[in-house]
Design a binder for this molecule. Structure first.
Ligand SMILES: Cc1ncc(COP(=O)(O)O)c(C=O)c1O
Length: 365
């Protein structure tokens, strides 16, 4: 048996999902968000694929931008939290990054420092999330400072971020959008509001620039749904194999602390994937997995390297059978729900221990 536990990443699915995102906003363009190791899918491989279709990539940290440039990716890179100090600011300019300016320190720094080359600036306004962004009352003045700076080239893009885009009907989304549009209405500059959820479900939030991340990987960013979103293709198949099998009697228990107790004579398959491989330790008894394509259910506490699965209802399970922890037919969002978390956390938390294998562009496995 070759190493059984892998994350198989379909780069074609990611590119197709980007094209779908792009098609949702005919007038706007999309920045492809690849932070956090491309949501666990592998930064460089994913960015190389997306660079074929996306005009801009977005990351959270300067180190991520460095990795992209070291891999000879020349696409503009938007730094979503901006530069954290003068050294990063200069480095970002050298790397030809686009910079979010979201607080007074950053505004002051970009006005003061002499950059090796001018950068494109995205002015971020805080319209109610209170995490990043200048107050909306500063919009006009901050815009004027940036526009007048020799360090800034081209039109300043004005952006904001919605706190509850995953629940599109929430009042706060409408409030934030209204506050934003009111604050920038005299500026006549390109705007950016939407992440994946807003792009999918809030037409009003679509603008000249949109910033999809999670949907590029096939996840459903809307909190109401647990299935893969229609039209989006699942990019990661997290899979392993059955490595041991046993039959246990009524009343016998499985795994650490014996949290699962057989109510009938049961066949238990041990699968080589645990929390050390990226499977959530919080997954409850009954969390689905696909064994040879059919649903079976987690039985007992997740171990570091293994889980136990009740396969009593599946015929002829054997050692070596393929097990899908999430992928096509079992969304990461559904597994996350069973673990009391969100798919974002499971994907972004995929450890290096689990090898990423790629279906390259133009091939089908
Ligand atoms: C400012 C900003 N824009 C866009 C995104 C992408 O969000 P999503 O992955 O929900 O599409 C993020 C992600 O956290 C973000 O912080």
């Amino acid at each position: 048996m070759t190493r059984p536990t892998v994350a198989l990443v379909d780069l074609n699915a990611i590119v197709d999902n980007f094209l779908l995102a792009q098609s949702l906003s005919a007038e706007g363009q999309c920045v492809a968000v690849v932070k956090a190791n491309a949501y666990g899918h592998g930064l460089v491989a994913v960015a190389k694929a997306l660079a074929k279709v996306a005009p801009v990539l977005a990351v959270a940290r300067i180190d991520e931008a460095k990795l992209l440039r070291a891999a000879a990716i020349a696409t503009p890179i938007l730094l979503l939290e901006g530069a954290l100090d003068d050294a990063e600011l200069q480095c970002a300019a050298q790397l030809q990054c686009w910079l979010v300016i979201e607080n007074e320190n950053q505004l002051e720094a970009i006005s003061r420092v002499e950059l090796v080359r001018p950068v494109k600036a995205w002015l971020k306004l805080d319209t109610g999330m209170h995490r990043l962004g200048l107050p909306v009352q500063r919009a006009l003045a901050a815009h004027d400072i940036l526009s007048a700076s020799a360090n800034v080239e081209g039109d300043v893009v004005i952006m904001t971020h919605l706190a509850s885009a995953d629940e599109p009907d929430t009042d706060s989304n409408h409030q934030q959008s209204s506050v934003f549009l009111e604050a920038v209405k005299t500026l006549n500059r390109p705007l950016s509001i939407a992440n994946s959820a807003a792009l999918l479900a809030m037409p009003r939030a679509r603008a000249q620039w949109n910033r999809p991340g999670y949907m590029l990987y096939g996840g459903n960013p809307l909190s109401s749904a647990s299935n893969n979103t229609p039209g989006l293709k699942c990019a990661m198949t997290f899979k392993s194999r059955v490595i041991s099998l046993r039959t246990i009697e009524v009343g016998e228990r499985v795994g650490y602390s014996g949290s699962w107790c057989a109510q009938r004579r049961s066949v238990i398959a041990t699968v080589a994937a645990g929390y050390g491989d990226g499977y959530p330790r919080g997954a409850r008894n009954g969390t689905p997995v696909l064994v040879r394509g059919q649903r079976a259910f987690l039985a007992g506490t997740v171990s570091m390297d293994m889980i136990s699965v009740d396969v009593s209802d599946l015929p002829d399970i054997a050692i070596g059978d393929e097990v899908i922890l999430w992928g096509d037919g079992l969304s990461v969002d559904e597994v996350a729900q069973c673990a009391g978390t969100i798919g974002y956390e499971l994907l972004a938390g995929m450890p290096a221990r689990t090898p990423r294998q790629y279906i390259e562009l133009g091939s089908s496995e």
